[in-house]
Design a protein around this ligand. Structure first.
Ligand code: PMT
Length: 218
């Protein structure tokens, strides 16, 4: 077989949701299934990359040839990523990381005593921005999950987090985004963009990875 367009490249990526503990039996999370990130891991391995997948809790099987590290919370995901970032040439942040976590997880199960319950939250670290700010940063690719003004917010995240590329998806539409089998990504990089149309997540993943490979060889 011919060497793939990512042959010899090292890729670190995140996928799935994070879980932020409220107490020993409860957590806050989101609807990410991991399908998009696992499709990226699978396609990248097929294209020749050496892939490490840092995964939140999902029910998917690990793609063949991929090294998988399981985490639960955003803080654990940050630690797992930063411990490995220097050893990788490409980073893709596809995980739906919780922006906030409860200030402290209760030691015991929260009891049903009050009529209302207020939970104080604190900002989580931004994994993608931390990777992009690293002195030996890899080629850094983010995702943007938006429900309106997709291009505006994607370009804002590309510039603010100093990314090499961002893959934006409108997660308000049925048949794409969270938990769907298909997606419709638009890629943005400084000075350009590419609309990937609507297709299954494997096809979207391959197109994103080939665009990254093109940029790396330039
Ligand atoms: O998992 P699936 O069901 O297949 O769904 C796929 C998906 C919709 C989750 C995926 O396509 C997607 O959009 N992933 C990013 C989800 C997200 O959290 O987007 P955001 O716009 O809130 O975050 C922007 C970027 O910052 C993302 O790359 C995210 O990984 C990163 N981030 C966000 C917060 C944080 N604390 N740390 C981060 O690294």
């Amino acid at each position: 077989a011919e060497p793939g367009p990512l042959a010899g490249k090292t890729l670190l990526l995140t996928a799935g949701p994070t879980r932020e503990a409220l107490d020993p039996v409860r957590y806050l999370s989101n609807h990410s299934s991991g399908k998009m990130g696992y499709a990226l891991a699978e396609q990248a391995a097929r294209l020749g990359a050496d892939v490490t997948l840092v995964s939140g809790p999902v029910t998917l099987a690990t793609p063949a040839g991929v090294t998988r590290i399981d985490v639960q919370s955003a803080q654990q995901m940050l630690e797992a990523v930063m411990a490995r970032v220097e050893a990788h040439e490409i980073f893709i942040g596809c995980a739906a990381v919780a922006d906030y976590r409860p200030v402290a997880a209760a030691t015991d199960k929260i009891k049903k005593s009050q009529e209302t319950l207020t939970i104080e939250m604190v900002r989580n670290p931004d994994i993608l921005a931390t990777v992009a700010g690293h002195s030996k940063r890899p080629f850094t690719v983010g995702f943007a999950a938006e429900t309106r003004d997709v291009e505006h917010y994607a370009l804002d995240k590309l510039a603010r987090k100093k990314l090499d590329m961002i893959a934006a998806n409108d997660v308000s539409k049925p048949g794409q985004g969270f938990n769907a089998d298909s997606n419709a990504l638009t890629l943005y990089w400084p000075g350009g963009s590419k609309d990937l149309g609507h297709s299954d997540k494997a096809t979207q993943a391959e197109a994103l990875l080939l665009t990254i490979a093109e940029k790396l060889t330039k």
